[in-house]
Ligand binder design. Sequence first.
Ligand SMILES: Cc1cc2nc3c(=O)[nH]c(=O)nc-3n(C[C@H](O)[C@H](O)[C@H](O)COP(=O)(O)OP(=O)(O)OC[C@H]3O[C@@H](n4cnc5c(N)ncnc54)[C@H](O)[C@@H]3O)c2cc1C
Length: 535
Amino acid sequence: MTRFQTHVVENQPPDFAPRDLWADDVALREAIDREGGGAHVDRLACYGALAGSELYALSFDAHRDKPRLRTHDRFGHRIDVVEFHPSYHRIIDAAIGHGVAGLSWAGQVSGAHVARAALSYLHHQVEPGTSCPLTMTHAAVPVLRHVPALREWVEKVASSSYDPRDMPIADKAGVTIGMGMTEKQGGSDVRSNMTTATPLATGDTASGQEYALVGHKWFFSAPMSDGFLVLAQAPGGLTCFLLPRRLADGRKNAFALMRLKDKLGDWSNASAEVEFMDARATRIGDEGRGVATILEMVMLTRLDCMLGSVAEMRMALAQALHHTAHRRAFGKALLEQLLMRNVLADLAIEWEAALALSMRVARAVDAMPRDPHEAALARVATAIGKYWICKRTPAFVNEASILPRLYRQAPLNSIWEGSGNIQCLDVLRALTREPESGAALMAELGAATGMHTGYDACFAALKAALVPQQLEEAGARLLVERLALALQASILLRAQSPVADAFCRSRLGGQHGLALGTLPTDLDFGALIERVLPV
Ligand SMILES: Cc1cc2nc3c(=O)[nH]c(=O)nc-3n(C[C@H](O)[C@H](O)[C@H](O)COP(=O)(O)OP(=O)(O)OC[C@H]3O[C@@H](n4cnc5c(N)ncnc54)[C@H](O)[C@@H]3O)c2cc1C
């Protein structure tokens, strides 16, 4: 070394990836086994290896070069095209090819929803922006199935082919779906939608009842999708529609992308503002039943919000463990510092509980068509889990992340598909108006009694509090938080998870502060940390 070679890099960790996200994740593998996804482990193993290597590497470029809106071609024609980085397309292509959007609908193999949920979790860890079109595409299927004339859409939405070309769906093997509900004057309150839908004189055609839509949408993500499920005011009230990007004759549908949103995170994906100018759309469900119709989609997208948030927790924690294992301070690796071990162990508990709840909800969704009890549980547990897991993620990532993009991404899932208060009000609605939801929830919680004294006390208190006539709107957040913690504890206890006792003591038993990293010091931090990741 010469006198002036001052730039010596020391005490930095090696690259985090390539990694096998499936092989590394013991808790995921246990959850798949427990929740009935065992028939799909080969597929999951394959995708976990791909996601942690090639897709992880591609994701950095997809986030660096943000999508660009091209409103016109050079001759002045309106084109309304969004250009994405090539990595964005390669990543979606891999995801769709491996079933991240379509596995749930491919055949009748039991546990397909559970496995698809795991695919979504693996995918989101490396590239959260593409999760948005993938989840909307996956979730659109039950809604599209309402209209027999949309069978080609259903088949192509559920296919394993990705084709980003801007052309009519007849010329494509696979298609993607976006969603437009939010307008300037109302996001949560979709009943205030002003977009109008006028029935066309063609009446009932072979392709379903056609309408012309006039109005705007203020948040229209993945605007290069082939079709969009949108809400608009028909003569009979708020109604759900499928609005194609290209009409069957090849013409561009009559909508204009006004601008792209300047978003905090989610940079690889585009979200647009859009104007409909007599845009053609096919009605789905009855006029006036728009919210009820699109809710079938929303339950699935809410599950993906949970999975996406757990995935962000997982990636943040894995990165933190990798970093602290290789970074030294004050004479030891950070991972060996006692206070750091408390933080990491606390994060490990939080992530594993969130994963356990998400995968349990995936099983309930999987069983919905054949089991009314599971359907009732899925209904209420998605809202509970969506509220709590998405709410916890920004605080979690704040403790753990070394990636700015994870930090920017973390708040998103708690906003879209019903923000925090909306989820809590939804839980209250289910508990007060749908007795089967409350019964399914209590059965799920009751199944873990007798296993932990702290849990039993929590269960008794919740049982006493869950009197539908006494549930107060202003107290909904606290109630839903307690339900979420009890649900997580119940699943961990029955799974005999190594984190169950620590979870119950810290989250239910009051042996915890308000910040993360405040676990009781007699816990075996090493055992909790070692479970997360081989370092
Ligand atoms: C990255 C991103 C992507 C998105 N993509 C899409 C998309 O593809 N399609 C789409 O349609 N929308 C999309 N959205 C919009 C999203 O769904 C809305 O932002 C969301 O529904 C909230 O609506 P709002 O922003 O108008 O807030 P508001 O509805 O004005 O709510 C503001 C606040 O008030 C609270 N609140 C509302 N009502 C009540 C009440 N009764 N009691 C107590 N509190 C209440 C809410 O919880 C929230 O905290 C996206 C948003 C983001 C951030």
